[in-house]
Write a protein that binds this ligand. Structure first.
Ligand code: HBI
Ligand code: FE
Length: 297
């Protein structure tokens, strides 16, 4: 995988797992907090500090507030049980430890029950910006603050339920794109400008600035049917970001019955990550400079 991206959950292989306790049938493991080494806490601190400097003015209000209200700080990798106490009281969610990527149906089953599976391990010091599976920094720093928000809390649960259904209908690919372009790489329009709410951006040092400030990517008004038809990049920065007018739009999304939509979209054309369509509301037409240079290299 290329260097810049933060995490790439998709269709590929499952968790390599390492040397911790065997997973239970639901793939959860003990976090075993006491076993993190000083070096591992140090990696967390490095990632936490540089990302915390970057996010004010770039992450959305809800993210910043969620972070403030959680027992998450630079000193050490957070304890999932302590975090879950706060999270449960706020939105009914909890965080459970998994070895890495888990099978789709297992992932959805957890989300549908308001359990967020978080990678137990942390990336190595030499791979701060290079990661194939979601680790504790991506999952906890990137996702958990947004789970403190009631709209996101309901939306991600609905995604779990929708995922179980889409899986049965053979439509998972389309639903996964919605997750990708919202929960992982979503932007939202706020009072003072574009802000990040997607965990894949919020947990990535290099993509944080790229997504909000660079003139290379397209930024397009979010539209559900458009997004279900759009391929995404798992190995590099996105070529296009989709922008909500308000996070509340996710509430409507959570209520949608996808079955008729899947039917309507059955033979519809699909789009490449960098495509702009005549029907798009384009907020920023990207120069494409970054990806053009990558392809030439
Ligand atoms: N497992 N731990 C983990 N985290 C994910 O984000 C994840 C996963 N398994 C499957 C998956 N994501 C995606 O392929 C689905 O959202 C489609
Ligand atoms: Fe993620």
């Amino acid at each position: 995988m290329l260097q810049t991206t933060d995490t790439a959950p998709a269709k590929h292989g499952l968790a390599a797992g390492t040397d911790h306790a065997p997973a239970r049938p639901d793939w959860t493991i003990d976090q075993d907090w006491g076993r993190y080494s000083a070096e591992e806490h140090g990696v967390w601190r490095t990632l936490f500090e540089r990302q915390s400097r970057l996010l004010p003015g770039r992450a959305c209000d809800e993210f910043i507030r969620g972070m403030q209200d959680l027992p998450i700080g630079p000193e050490q990798i957070p304890d999932f049980e302590q975090m879950s106490k706060v999270l449960r009281a706020r939105t009914g969610w909890e965080v459970v430890a998994v070895p890495g990527l888990v099978p789709d149906d297992v992932f959805f089953e957890h989300l549908a029950n308001r359990r967020f599976p978080a990678g137990q391990f942390i990336r190595k010091p030499h791979e701060l910006d290079y990661l194939e599976e979601p680790d504790v920094f991506h999952d906890v720093f990137g996702h958990v603050p947004m789970l403190m928000n009631p709209v996101i809390a309901d939306y991600i649960q609905a995604y779990g339920e929708g995922g179980l259904k889409a899986n049965r209908l053979g439509m998972l690919e389309k639903l996964a794109r919605v997750y990708w372009y919202t929960v992982e790489f979503g932007l939202v329009q706020q009072r003072d400008g574009l802000r990040i709410y997607g965990a894949g951006i919020a947990s990535s040092f290099s993509e944080t600035r790229f997504a909000v400030e660079d003139d290379s990517p397209n930024r397009v008004r979010f539209e559900l049917a458009r997004v279900t038809q759009t391929h995404y990049r798992i190995d590099d920065f996105q070529e296009t970001y989709f922008v909500l007018g308000h996070l509340d739009e996710l509430l409507e999304l959570a209520r949608i019955d996808f079955a008729p939509l899947y039917q309507r979209l059955a033979g519809a054309p699909e789009h490449e990550p960098g495509d702009l369509l005549a029907t798009d509301t384009v907020l920023t037409r990207g120069t494409g400079r970054y990806h053009t240079a990558r392809r030439a290299a």
